[in-house]
Structures are given as structure tokens and as C-alpha cells.
Design a protein. Structure first.
Length: 155
């Protein structure tokens, strides 16, 4: 009976060893599969990293292009402001010439009224003040615009 018991014990032991061997083989297969997945994930991570670097380059290029467009817009806005200032100066100069012509016509007329003459001189003074203010305003804006342009360009 003891040899029968020993045989059964040995058989169970061998079955247990076989089961452990199968479990070990399955674990090794799982480890191999996980290593393959890990390698695939690392490759995908590298591809994504490369793509991210490319996208960052594109963003950098877009930011540079945006800055260029902003500079061009500022130049265009300055040109428009200069044109408007010149138009204003021109309009004031034409008014001044017209008032000056009226004053000269009044002075040539022997029957001119002094109140009319005074009103014309006041109007001419008002136009001269407005014209000077426009010239000073244009010069001030021109200086501040060129200063800000130099500062933005790193000067």
C-alpha cells in the first residue's frame, strides 16, 4: 500500500509540475506579447514625437507670418493716417486761401465794413490754428509711430 501511495503521490507531483510548466509557458508567452506591444508603443510614441516637432515648427512659422502681417497692417494703417492728415492739411490750406482771398477783396473794396473784415481775420486765425494743430499732431504721431516701429523691430 505504501508503494501505491508513493506512486499516486509521484503522479500528483508530476501533474503539478506539468501544470506549473504550462503556467510558466503561458506567462512567458504573455511576457513576450507585452514586450512586443511595448516595442510597438515605443515606435508609435517616437512617430508622435516627430509629428509634434513638425507641428511646433508649423506653429512657429505661423507665428512669424502673423507678426509679418501685423507689421504690414501697421504700415498700412500709418499710410492711411498720413493720407488723412495730408487731406486735412490740404482742406485747411484751401479754406485759408479762400479766406485770404476774401480779406484781400474786402481790402480792395472802398466800402468794406470793419466788422466783416474782423470776422474774416478771426476766421483766418481759427483756420491757421487748426492747420498748425494738424501739422503738430501729424508730426507727433509720425514720431511716435516711427519710435514704436523701431522698438518692435528690436532697435
Amino acid at each position: 500500500m505504501s508503494s501505491d501511495y508513493g506512486t499516486r503521490l509521484t503522479d500528483r507531483l508530476f501533474l503539478k509540475i506539468d501544470q506549473l510548466q504550462k503556467d510558466l509557458n503561458q506567462a512567458q508567452e504573455a511576457i513576450t506579447a507585452l514586450r512586443e506591444q511595448s516595442t510597438e508603443l515605443q515606435l508609435e510614441n517616437m512617430r508622435l514625437g516627430d509629428a509634434a516637432v513638425k507641428e511646433q515648427g508649423k506653429v512657429g512659422n505661423l507665428l512669424e507670418y502673423n507678426a509679418l502681417l501685423q507689421r504690414k497692417l501697421m504700415i498700412a494703417e500709418n499710410a492711411i493716417a498720413d493720407k488723412k492728415a495730408l487731406e486735412q492739411e490740404h482742406a485747411l490750406a484751401l479754406k485759408l486761401i479762400a479766406v485770404q482771398d476774401k480779406i484781400e477783396a474786402l481790402l480792395r473794396n472802398p466800402a468794406y465794413h470793419p466788422d466783416t473784415f474782423d470776422a474774416m481775420v478771426l476766421e483766418r486765425s481759427d483756420i491757421m490754428r487748426a492747420w498748425r494743430a494738424a501739422v503738430v499732431d501729424k508730426a507727433t504721431k509720425g514720431a511716435s509711430i516711427s519710435d514704436s516701429t523701431v522698438q518692435q523691430q528690436g532697435g
